[in-house]
Design a protein around this ligand. Structure first.
Ligand code: PMP
Length: 401
């Protein structure tokens, strides 16, 4: 008899399923708005020119392929921590920041979850925004945590439900771990304002909650690395100890190279040393040594003033194209007189927009118009281009009437 007779078939991954359906569709004007990766105005992946330059530099240096230390490429992880916290960060000067290279943002979330689970009291809840990136639930439950939702999105206003969020945080057990999207919330594109972050921090402090920032879109949201790091830097200034899962998938376009970091900010250098030793144990069990290639590219870009400046231009180009598509889509819908208010499309930020389309309307978008998006009505702004935005607007107009 097989050992696997008790293994049920897992439900298909909604997003992967969507891209299979899209690929199989032979309709010429089909549109993929499911993909969570940047596309240029021709719908093609974009290798950042600065990444190409860094690849040449790395290649010409003819590096060896020895193991990295458990913590990873130090000049990369240090530059990555400065990018998040600011190069003048007190926490960095005080040596109370622990940084580990990880398998992109996913690995950073998992390493953090694994480490925290070992040292937080049994029964600690991890609070996730409703809705959130689908993998958060998977990651934090895999690490052994119980999870609970906090209110975040208000479907009526298509914006932030701040009161609901603050109430959820107040009602949760003290010392919960709260996963916060640093910027460009996935899937809603709805971020708190600086004023709202202050109120969130107040309640988090009252309740002794632990902030776990997930930062997958720094620079990709507003085009400005510092602006997109506002929430993290603000919480550090307020004196919180916290964690950050950092991904370079989107902002450097290094998706498949799996470049990321997990950082912990502790109250003292001594505490940081203890944390460092324990995160090392956790990372040893998961990957032993992080991969070289992507980190070498990121290291080269982050530590060269010229390449860094060029990268910032690329961030403005990518975020700018996305913002232009937001305006274009909103304007087209307004022109068509499509029922409803479409301002949320320009008010939201980052890779995604929560359109407000319901799952039935999403089905019609797919079956009648060959436009693919997740059933929650989320569209990837990067899938829009000057060539297809009018077609998409007409299809939305059709399904909401
Ligand atoms: N967190 C969020 C909120 C994300 O949207 C993503 C990317 N989809 C990630 C983490 C991590 O992605 P990766 O592992 O590719 O860096």
């Amino acid at each position: 008899a097989s050992n696997f007779t008790e293994v049920p078939l897992a439900p298909p991954d909604a997003i992967l399923n969507l891209s299979t359906l899209y690929k199989a569709d032979t309709f010429v004007r089909k549109v993929d708005l499911g993909v969570g990766a940047y596309r240029d105005n021709n719908g093609k992946p974009w290798v950042l020119p600065v990444v190409r330059k860094a690849e040449t530099i790395v290649f010409e240096a003819q590096p060896e392929h020895e193991y990295l230390p458990i913590g990873g490429n130090k000049s990369f992880t240090e530059a990555a921590s400065k990018l998040l916290l600011g190069s003048d960060s007190r926490a960095l000067q005080d040596n109370r920041v622990v940084s580990f290279q990880t398998i992109s943002g996913t690995g950073a979330n998992f390493l953090g979850a694994t480490f925290l689970h070992r040292f937080y009291p049994k029964g600690t809840k991890v609070l996730l925004s409703n809705p959130t990136w689908a993998n958060h639930k998977n990651i934090f439950t895999s690490a052994g945590f119980e999870i609970q939702d906090y209110c975040y999105y208000n479907p009526k206003t298509l914006g932030l439900d701040l009161d609901g969020m603050l109430t959820s945080l107040r009602n949760a057990p003290s010392r919960s771990i709260v996963v916060l999207h640093a910027c460009a919330h996935n899937p809603t594109g709805v971020d708190p304002t600086p004023e709202q972050w202050k109120e969130i921090a107040n309640v988090m402090q009252e309740k002794n909650h632990f902030p776990f920032f997930d930062c997958a879109y720094q620079g990709f949201a507003s085009g400005d690395l510092d602006r997109d790091a506002f929430a993290i830097r603000y919480f550090v200034e307020r004196g919180f100890e916290l964690s950050i899962a950092q991904s370079f998938a989107k902002n450097l376009g290094l998706y498949g190279e799996r470049v990321g970091c997990y950082h912990v900010v502790a109250h003292s250098a001594q505490l940081a040393q203890h944390v460092q030793s324990q995160v090392a144990r956790a990372s040893r069990a998961i990957i032993s040594n992080p991969p070289l290639y992507g980190a070498r590219i990121a290291d080269t870009v982050l530590n060269s003033p010229e390449l860094l400046a060029e990268w910032k231009e690329h961030l403005i180009a990518m975020s700018g194209r996305i913002m232009a598509m937001r305006s274009e889509l909103r304007d087209q819908l307004v022109q068509l007189g499509t029922p409803g208010n479409w301002d949320h499309i320009v008010n939201q930020i980052g890779m995604f927009s929560f359109t407000g389309l319901n799952s039935n309307q999403v089905e019609v978008m797919k079956n009648k118009h060959h436009i693919y998006m997740t059933s929650n009505g989320r569209i990837s702004m990067a899938g829009l281009s000057t060539g297809n935005v009018e077609y998409v607007a007409q299809a939305i107009d059709d399904v909401v009437r």
